[in-house]
Design a protein around this ligand. Structure first.
Ligand code: FES
Length: 118
């Protein structure tokens, strides 16, 4: 879904290819934390560890474009630092505005490596 402002889009969202991209080791991101994952071509995602389960979403709040990796994490919900919009990391659904959402990406853990399916 697009931002409320039609000129306000996430240019760092990676294109969907189905490729698994290895982004790091599980021990590098402690539970309850989020991090920005930089990808090739200047793309990026936000990655979170929720009690040992990893979630990846686009690193861009559709309201005004804040990076969501630094948002406040409460269970499976991240709250944007700028104006408080909240998103369910499992689905990307915005819990503040029903008609808004962010892209979410599958995460695979293999032998301690975190792989995001872009
Ligand atoms: S930019 Fe995210 S709530 Fe304002």
């Amino acid at each position: 879904m697009q931002s409320l402002d039609k000129n306000f889009t996430n240019h760092k969202r990676p294109p969907r290819t189905g490729e698994q991209v290895t982004v790091g080791r599980v021990e590098e991101l402690p539970p309850g934390r989020g991090a920005t994952v930089e990808l090739a071509g200047g793309r990026e995602l936000a990655l979170y560890n929720v009690g040992g389960e990893f979630f990846a979403v686009e690193n861009f709040c559709p309201y005004r474009g804040a990076p969501l990796a630094g948002g406040l994490l409460r269970g499976h919900v991240v709250e944007c630092n700028w104006h408080g919009w909240r998103f369910d990391l499992r689905t990307g659904q915005c819990l503040t505005r029903a008609n808004s959402h962010i892209e979410s990406y599958d995460v695979v853990i293999e032998e301690g490596w975190i792989k995001i399916v872009v």
